[in-house]
Design a protein around this ligand. Structure first.
Ligand code: HEC
Ligand code: HEC
Length: 217
């Protein structure tokens, strides 16, 4: 009798904790969808743009102006072992028996910057994530970290920076206003011209990111 009782008690406990685990897993997957890039990844994006893009290409796929110079057809960087990446970036190609044209960065970059760029390389082949880096390094002062138009500088502007989570404009329109600025589109001159600072690829990426911030109600 007591054995039976404790058995069913144990089963109930099991069920109970299974439900708990289930809800935890659900919350986790919701988080995964909404997950934002961490600060190191965003900082790493800046490092990549300044030091690596020339050879490795904006999409880190080896399509770049300087790639041909080094006679290496494919520099494609796929998500790989962070320790190996750390080593080759720090010590250069020869430190791991690879091309001497991959320079050592230990004198230019701090350990933290190298860790940041390794973190960035994990997402560098994903247009939306690259676009998030572009957005968070150029647009949030006005449009806000959530793209809802509530950036720190927003109240300086009238009309205010657009709430991009509610935009009714299509990709072509966004591409144009980002490239040519607000004035060229008959809108506020305070929406800057980005066509000179950002590449076509970066604008493509940020437009892809903006698709993901739309909130439908
Ligand atoms: C002057 C051109 C050049 C620059 C600038 C450059 N790289 Fe490289 N990189 C190379 C070459 C060449 C290779 C070797 C490719 C091979 O042998 O497969 C390489 C290889 C790599 C690899 C190893 C890829 C693999 O799968 O083995 C990583 C990671 C890497 N580079 C990261 C970086 C980072 C991060 C930066 C910027 C801080 C950077 N590179 C800047 C030329 C460059
Ligand atoms: C200095 C402030 C400022 C910065 C920085 C800024 N914007 Fe804007 N942006 C504005 C303002 C103001 C408007 C609204 C223009 C209007 O309504 O006339 C706007 C409008 C827009 C629109 C039009 C949206 C719509 O639905 O009509 C897009 C898209 C946009 N910005 C994207 C960006 C992107 C992407 C960046 C970063 C690369 C950026 N903006 C950086 C101020 C800014």
């Amino acid at each position: 009798m007591t054995a039976k009782l404790s058995l069913s008690l144990a089963m109930m406990l099991c069920l109970f904790s299974a439900t708990l685990l289930g809800t935890a897993a659900q919350a986790d997957s919701r988080k995964a969808v909404k997950k934002e890039l961490s600060k190191p990844v965003i900082r790493g994006g800046i490092v990549f743009k300044n030091y690596c893009k020339l050879c490795h290409g904006e999409r880190a796929d080896g399509i770049a102006r300087a790639a041909k110079l080094y006679g290496v057809a494919n520099l494609a960087i796929k998500p790989a072992d962070p320790d190996y990446y750390f080593k080759i970036i720090r010590g250069g190609g020869t430190s791991v028996g690879k091309s001497e044209f991959m320079p050592p960065w230990e004198h230019e970059l701090s350990q933290e910057q190298i860790r940041d760029v390794v973190a960035y390389l994990q997402i560098a082949t994903d247009s939306v994530r690259r676009g998030e880096v572009v957005f968070k390094t150029n647009c949030i002062l006005c449009h806000g970290i959530k793209a809802d138009g509530k950036g720190r500088a927003a109240r300086l502007y009238d009309p205010p920076p657009a709430n991009l989570t509610k935009s009714d404009k299509n990709d072509d329109y966004k591409r144009m206003i980002i490239t040519m600025g607000g004035a060229a589109m008959g809108r506020s001159e305070f929406m800057p011209i980005w066509g000179e600072q950002l590449s076509e690829q970066e604008i493509e990426d940020v437009v892809a990111y903006l698709r993901t911030v739309l909130v439908h109600d």
